[in-house]
Design a protein around this ligand. Structure first.
Ligand code: F6P
Length: 560
């Protein structure tokens, strides 16, 4: 993005927001009482997502100024710059084209970026992925003994893990019977050890997923998995102890997903079994690329195509809907309002859908790796706070754990509540529809957070005066309610795309490059430098600071 970032804090809209904030008094009770049309006016549909923003701490005026802020920072132009393949990832000089991964076949005009026919390349990899997924599902792809695959193990970390595992968990009802996907990410050897310990090597397929194919954790785990495969097959007398047999075992039990196909070949994986993607797909934006291979195998190509369709529906929404009804834009602007004007430090995401239990973890990488930055895309310091902390757990579990802080803590914590109307498991408890009971909690929580309970209401219940203050709920705790008909592949794609675009909107207002992640580099480099000291090299140990040195010495002493 050659265009210099516009400093949002110097725009007329920012000045107006500052003035607006000075006299701002959040009053959800009063606003709802005085304005019966508030909920309807502030509820919007984006594809299948039904999004109620009315319980946020905003008036119509707040929203109007926020929309002007979007105009002042040229948000519409920046969105187009992304969709059309400009190099908006400035620090890596790359286009940002995850949206190209879900363009429908035959979309016009064709997308050609930096001389690459993007649509054709995306389609070719997708067809290869789908053909492979079909083979595995049908049992025509077999291991060394001719047995079909029963367990797929995805080895990857960050975006090469969090997306696939979250989607796999979200779409459990669509997973083919008899097929299981497991995920190994951590370099803690416990992860791989626990994952493979009860597996049959002859029916296991490993997918090594790594954009760079240079990530320490993933390559270490891939080597451990390869060793396990060989040892298991040798122990069972399934293969001979020859290089040829080992190589052939790898070719039947390992495939890879990467942008670095040369490194895949160096690892010993047959290039025919490698699925490529491109440097214009960020790791945390890659579950809709070949990185989603494990999901495509689990749910099948047809469902995976519906999943991609869900993303595309939200891409179209963000691209074509006026800002006053544009859900990702409004949600991104609300987040700016909370972070920069109402001093929110964190943002809770609370899915009332057990299958979405990994969604908050997934969003942590998406949002915080994207927007946890202190410099803008031209290298100048940011002019306001950026990246809030995203966190959450499924409801109702969270209600019995951390909701106390959201209801009565001292900080404002905007919260997104996510629920689907139709359950995957429609159980009844006697005459009670349990999903209905579950969602009663969803509705109750946002109501309690918005409207609270006054001291008079507490007293009216006959509460001892001494404990009235402890039982008062201030209300005015902002929430967004996101509902959908059911947790289908398309809806999961829609939810992901919604948050991708929210993240983008915030990044544009803050003037930051939401697509690099230099902040993770230093720790990685130091780990490699420190490793010899941990392994016993006293010279490297001696060069450490006193704290690090003492900690390593403690470790070495404990290990004997
Ligand atoms: O360390 C951060 C990171 O680079 C993420 O951005 C990325 O998703 C993850 O590591 C894994 O990287 P790779 O897919 O290249 O192994």
């Amino acid at each position: 993005m050659s265009t210099a970032p516009i400093d949002a804090t110097t725009t007329p809209a920012w000045a107006d927001l500052t003035a607006h904030h000075t006299s701002f008094n959040g009053d959800l009770r009063g606003w709802f009482d005085a304005d019966p049309g508030r909920a309807e006016r502030m509820t919007f549909d984006a594809a299948d997502l039904h999004v109620d923003l009315s319980k946020n701490l905003v008036t119509d005026e707040t929203l109007a100024i926020l929309r002007r802020l979007a105009d002042d920072v040229n948000l519409g132009e920046r969105l187009e710059a992304m969709f059309s393949g400009e190099h908006i990832n400035v620090t890596e000089d790359r286009a940002v084209l995850h949206t190209a991964l879900r363009r429908p076949a035959g979309a016009q005009p064709p997308l050609v970026v930096d001389g690459q026919d993007v649509d054709t390349d995306v389609d070719a990899v997708r067809q290869k992925m789908f053909a492979f997924a079909k083979d595995v599902r049908k049992g025509t792809w077999t291991g060394v003994t001719g047995k079909p695959v029963e367990t797929v193990v995805n080895i990857g970390i960050g975006g090469s893990d969090l997306g696939p595992v979250m989607v796999y968990e979200s779409l459990q009802p669509y997973v083919k019977e008899g097929l299981e996907v497991r995920f190994v990410s951590n370099i803690d050897p416990t992860d791989i050890a626990e994952t493979v310990k009860d597996l049959d090597a002859t029916t296991t397929l490993f997918i090594v997923a790594s954009k760079t194919f240079g990530t320490l954790e993933t390559l270490t785990n891939a080597r451990l998995a390869r060793e396990w495969l060989w040892e298991s097959l040798l122990a069972d007398g399934v293969i001979k102890d020859t290089d040829k047999a080992r190589k052939s075992a790898v070719s039947k039990h390992f495939v890879a997903v990467s942008t670095a196909l040369d490194k895949v070949a160096d690892f010993g994986i047959d290039p025919a079994n490698a699925f490529g993607f491109w440097d214009w797909v960020g790791g945390r934006y890659s579950v809709d690329s070949a990185i989603g291979l494990s999901v495509a195998i689990a749910i099948g190509p047809k469902r995976f195509a519906q999943f991609l369709g869900g993303f595309n529906a939200i891409d179209e929404h963000v691209r074509t809907t006026p800002f006053e009804r544009n859900v990702p834009v409004l949600m991104g602007l609300l987040n700016v309002w909370y972070v920069n004007f109402l001093d929110a430090h964190s943002h809770a995401v609370l899915p009332y859908a057990q299958y979405l239990h990994r969604f908050p973890a997934y969003l942590q990488q998406l949002t915080m790796e994207s927007n946890g930055k202190s410099v803008r895309w031209d290298g100048t310091p940011v002019t306001s706070h950026t990246g809030e902390i995203f966190w959450g757990e499924p409801g109702t579990n969270g209600q019995h754990a951390f909701y106390q802080l959201i209801h009565q803590g001292t900080r404002v914590i905007p919260a997104d509540f996510i629920a689907v109307a139709n359950p995957a498991n429609p159980l009844t408890d006697g005459d009670t529809d349990v999903h209905g009971l579950f969602l009663a909690n969803f509705f109750a929580q946002t109501k309690a957070l918005a409207f609270g309970k006054t001291a008079d209401e507490v007293r009216a219940e006959g509460t001892d005066e001494a404990i009235v203050p402890a039982r008062v709920f201030s209300g005015n705790r902002p929430t967004t309610s996101i509902m959908a008909p059911a947790l289908t592949p398309s809806v999961v794609g829609q939810l992901i795309a919604l948050y991708e675009h929210i993240t983008f909107v915030q990044g544009i207002v803050w003037g930051i490059d939401s697509f690099d992640q230099w902040g993770v580099e230093l720790g990685k480099k130091l780990a490699v430098e420190i490793a010899p000291a941990v392994a016993g090299d006293d010279e490297v140990l001696g060069s450490q600071d006193s704290s690090t040195k003492a900690l390593i010495e403690y470790y070495r002493a404990q290990r004997g």
